[in-house]
Design a protein around this ligand. Structure first.
Ligand code: HEM
Length: 414
């Protein structure tokens, strides 16, 4: 069974004293598959550091939490620009999506869709999601094997977000690749130009797709988020046509690129920790805390970025005003100063105040939806099976910027 190559700091090759990444270079292809020991060392030797391109990184929980909640920050530079945007050709990209907007645009955009994501609105989706999950798990059981990504982790969130948005599920095959590719625009400042070009082409394809769908929906409105956004745009003062398309494609991307990662990584972690899998089987009531532990231990979004609005000190380092700062969420979530025995996967961990959904004004809007989908998908798979087995092949990562598996083959029995 494949396990991460580096279990602890002691297993790592020695640190090169001239390496500005302190051995945790997110652009090194091996980093995504195996980040945790490297992040632990980074947190120990350089908890606050500056990268060669002028961006700072925070690796401690308390610093990340402070950046997200307490320090005056924005997501754009003081002049309203986003570093790296100039490298993106014509495509709309994520720049107009709420995640990359500061006030007054940010609260205006968030408010337009937030009622679709309240706990009560999400609870109404539970029964249909349960039916879908049951059907997918029964189908896999009949075959005795499954690819957790293609057969469960992808169909659940994509079906749900398409339904909520009013996007025909039959078109899913067309935009699955686009949504994965388009995530790289969030890292436009750092990614190689060819990655950005591919991402921009995908964003453009999504933009055209939504232009057609919006034109059609204008003439035949329905009860869905797209119609709601079109009404706001037609009212004139609440949403521009560009913002409309950006919220539609941004929500589609946010709604499934992330949750695929949570379900896929979560199932993998449970199978790699048979004692915890057995514990969850014996006590299905642990599913909510098990999903929180999956988010903490191996969450799909490794970092989020803010721009300082004033000079701010973190530990020994003073970060000047108007500088980009990464909160390394996956490093914060394994910080021993916050989580006792942080490298132990514990499905009953409590309290578990992880930062996998970010924090502050941009705290994930889809948190209730993601939790409900993951609890049903992982909980049902565990409850309906007696055995779950991975083969020995190393994990295959997908095309998105996030920590999302491309394939996860599994043998299962009832
Ligand atoms: C496991 C699943 C998910 C994870 C780990 C996740 C994580 C995140 C993170 C880290 C952020 C940035 C927060 C920050 O910068 O402070 C975010 C923002 C956001 N997420 Fe999620 N997310 C997930 C699922 C979803 C789903 C299902 C939706 C539904 C559409 C969604 C919609 C959003 C939106 C709209 C934002 C931007 C909020 C804003 O800028 O105000 N997310 N998410």
């Amino acid at each position: 069974m494949s396990r991460p190559a580096y279990q602890s700091i002691a297993d790592l090759p020695p640190l090169d004293p001239k390496d500005p990444f302190f051995g945790a270079n997110p652009f090194d292809p091996s980093f995504r598959g195996d980040p945790h020991a490297r992040l632990a060392r980074l947190r120990a030797v350089a908890p606050v550091s500056e990268l060669p391109f002028g961006v700072f990184r925070l690796a401690r929980y308390a610093d990340c939490q402070r950046l997200l909640r307490d320090v005056p920050t924005g997501v754009r530079n003081a002049d309203g620009q986003i570093d790296g945007r100039e490298r993106i050709p014509r495509a709309l990209g994520p720049g107009e999506f709420m995640l990359q907007q500061d006030p007054p645009a940010h609260p205006r955009l968030r408010r337009l869709v937030s009622k679709a994501f309240t706990p009560r609105a999400i609870e109404r989706l539970r029964a249909p999601v349960k039916r879908l999950v049951d059907e997918l798990v029964e189908r896999a059981l009949a075959k005795g094997e499954m690819d957790v990504i293609a057969d469960l982790a992808l169909p659940v969130p994509s079906t749900v977000i398409c339904e909520m948005m009013g996007v025909p599920i039959a078109d899913r095959a067309r935009f699955t690749e686009w949504t994965a590719q388009a995530t790289h625009l969030l890292a436009a400042q750092f990614a190689p130009q060819e990655v950005i070009d591919r991402a921009a082409a995908a964003a453009e394809a999504l933009e055209h797709y939504f232009e057609d769908l919006i034109a059609e929906r204008r003439t035949s409105p329905r009860e869905d988020i797209l119609t709601e956004l079109i009404r706001a745009e037609e009212a004139g003062d609440r949403l521009t046509p560009r913002e409309l398309i950006a919220q539609a494609s941004g929500l589609l991307i946010a709604g499934f690129e992330t949750t695929i990662g949570l379900i896929g990584n979560g199932v993998r972690m449970l199978v790699l920790h048979p004692d915890q899998l057995a514990r969850l089987r014996a006590d299905p009531g642990l599913i909510a805390s098990a999903v929180e532990e999956c988010l903490r231990f191996d969450g799909p979004i490794p970092l989020t970025i803010r721009v300082t609005r004033e000079e701010t000190r973190f530990g020994d380092v003073v970060i000047p005003k108007d500088r980009r700062v990464m909160a390394l969420l996956s490093a914060a979530n394994r910080d021993p100063a916050k989580f006792p025995d942080p490298d132990r996967f514990d499905v009953g961990r409590s309290p578990n105040e992880h930062l996998a959904f970010g924090g502050g004004a941009h705290f994930c809007l889809g948190v209730h939806l993601a939790r409900m989908e993951a609890q049903l998908a992982i909980g049902t798979l565990v409850a309906r099976t007696r055995t779950l087995e991975l083969d020995d092949s190393p994990p295959e990562w997908g095309a998105s910027l996030f920590r999302v598996l491309g394939r996860l083959p599994l043998r299962l029995s009832a």
